[in-house]
Write a protein that binds this ligand. Structure first.
Ligand code: NDP
Ligand code: 2IT
Length: 451
């Protein structure tokens, strides 16, 4: 297919999407990347165009928005907004995380839900795509406030979800504590103990390795990419952003594979530890972040290293970059700095952390760039395994789950190479992940008729 046709196809489609929802920039960004990857494939396979699969994919099957009233510790009434975007159920029940962060709105959740549809398909497990959350900010809230908020949120959400309908999990601001409160309220309201959420505690239906899965999976994916060039993590300098769930376990796995992690960050700044974050320092970070809910600056104070206030870590020289904080956290200039400093691997632990210009730069310079929907699929993959274990009413060992996670990440890598290899020595993983994720969903939608 010639380039002009495919460019005008992309432009026409984006005009269509933007005209429907003009004020959803993150959603446009996610759709644009996918449509660019798919254009030639769709023009060569017109049955998808006749069935208008793309137009159907960008239209959520359902969006639920609701009021979440709760009372803070001073007795004051607070009102937040709750959402669930049920994007696509062609290959399984809606599945995807809940995000609690003040920036949450429909554009953010639609971008995340859209990515989730293709990501879940890549895992090869039977899961559709969804995403939800609230503009509630868990920072500086007491455990009791978080509990009251979660109970109010679930009081409404419980009408819309279920083990065979829609199975939420965690994302930014939603970890084990929040999943516990949400699960407790669901159970109370519905009087059923089911696998309606994943990321549960191991004592009450959770899966081993689920907390580790996204970070470990991203590192397994990076390892696979590196092995195509005869490289490994041993001795590599690694920059990680974020210091939450994904960042912590990415760090743990890199250390295990012999790499040296020199940065972590949060929304206030980044730390640079040239000696590397070892297991003892990582244990400190986990306690700081997960128990005391402190700031990464405290790491710099404790270990006497540099704190880069208000900055992201990408100015630090590294071989491998693992963005694990949030969307659009690597811009074009930062991407250029990374490659100029010799970085040749970027694996996205976060969802859409690189801007479109940054992605273009990584692909043009032919580094190993693993997009989020492939590289961070390990989290939802182990959520899928948690659902399987819940259905079977048994629990697999750590090793069983980790082995399955590892093989799923290798399969996703293979799928990306299958659809994304453009020359004998270069794979465009963005294209590979987008086409690889699309095909199964599109075929299922056609098979199920116009619903
Ligand atoms: P956490 O809430 O555990 O940690 C988030 C981290 O990112 C914190 O360090 C936080 O800093 C930082 N961060 C959040 N928002 C911003 C921002 N606007 N600017 C700068 N830093 C920010 O979340 P997760 O680790 O679970 O999620 C991280 C990323 O990974 C997200 O993109 C998420 O969508 C993605 N992801 C998560 C999966 C999971 O299983 N949890 C699965 C797949 C992807 P601070 O504490 O200051 O807010
Ligand atoms: O973005 C993601 O894939 C997640 N936040 C995990 C979703 C899940 O259902 O485990």
């Amino acid at each position: 297919m010639n380039a002009k046709n495919s460019q005008s196809f992309v432009d026409d489609f984006m005009n269509y999407v933007k005209s429907k929802d003009p004020r959803q920039p993150e959603f446009h960004q996610a759709v644009h990347e996918v449509v660019e990857s798919l254009a030639d494939y769709l023009l060569d396979n017109p049955r998808y165009l006749h069935a208008r699969i793309l137009e159907r994919l960008v239209e959520p099957e359902r969006i639920i928005q609701f009021r979440v009233p709760w009372i803070d510790d001073r007795g004051k009434i607070q009102i937040n907004r709750g959402f669930r975007v049920e994007m696509n159920s062609a290959i399984g029940p809606y599945k995807g995380g809940l995000r609690f962060h003040p920036t949450v709105n429909q554009s953010i959740l639609k971008f995340l839900a859209f990515e989730q549809v293709l990501k879940n398909s890549l895992t090869s497990l039977p899961m559709g795509g969804g995403k939800g959350g609230s503009d509630f900010d868990p920072k500086n809230k007491s455990d009791n406030e978080v509990m009251r908020f979660c109970q109010s949120f679930m009081t409404e959400l419980s009408r819309h979800i279920g083990a065979y309908t829609d199975v939420p999990a965690g994302d930014i601001g939603v970890g084990g504590r929040e999943i516990g409160f949400l699960f407790g309220q669901y159970k109370r309201i519905r009087n059923e103990f089911t696998g309606v959420l994943t990321g549960k505690g191991v004592e009450w239906g959770g899966s081993l390795i689920r907390p580790e899965a996204t970070g470990y999976g991203a590192v397994y994916f990076a390892k696979e990419m590196m092995s195509t060039r005869g490289e490994s993590f041993a001795g590599k300098i690694v920059c990680i952003s974020g210091s939450g769930n994904v960042a912590q376990y990415a760090c743990e796995k890199v250390i295990e594979l012999g790499g040296k992690v020199v940065t972590l960050s949060d929304s206030s700044g980044a730390i640079y530890d040239p000696d590397g974050i070892d297991t003892e320092k990582l244990a400190y970070v986990m306690e700081l972040k997960n128990i005391h809910r402190g700031r990464i600056r405290e790491y710099a104070d404790k270990y006497g290293v540099q704190y880069m206030k208000g900055q992201r870590p990408w100015s630090i020289k590294c071989d491998v970059a693992l963005p694990c904080a949030t969307e659009n956290e690597i811009n074009k200039e930062e991407a250029e700095i990374l490659t100029r400093n010799g970085c040749f691997v970027v694996a996205e632990g976060a969802n859409m952390p690189s801007t479109e210009e940054a992605v273009r730069h990584f692909i043009n310079t032919k580094i190993l760039f693993g997009p989020g929907k492939a590289a961070n699929a390990g989290g939802v993959a182990v959520s899928g395994l948690e659902m399987t274990q819940n259905s079977m009413r048994l629990a697999w060992s750590r090793k069983e789950v980790d082995d399955k996670l590892h093989s799923i990440m290798c399969n996703i890598h293979e799928m990306c190479v299958k659809y994304g290899k453009t020359t004998h020595d270069f794979t465009n993983y963005v294209k590979g992940a987008n086409i690889g994720g699309f095909v199964k969903v599109a075929n299922s939608m056609i098979a199920q008729g116009l619903v």
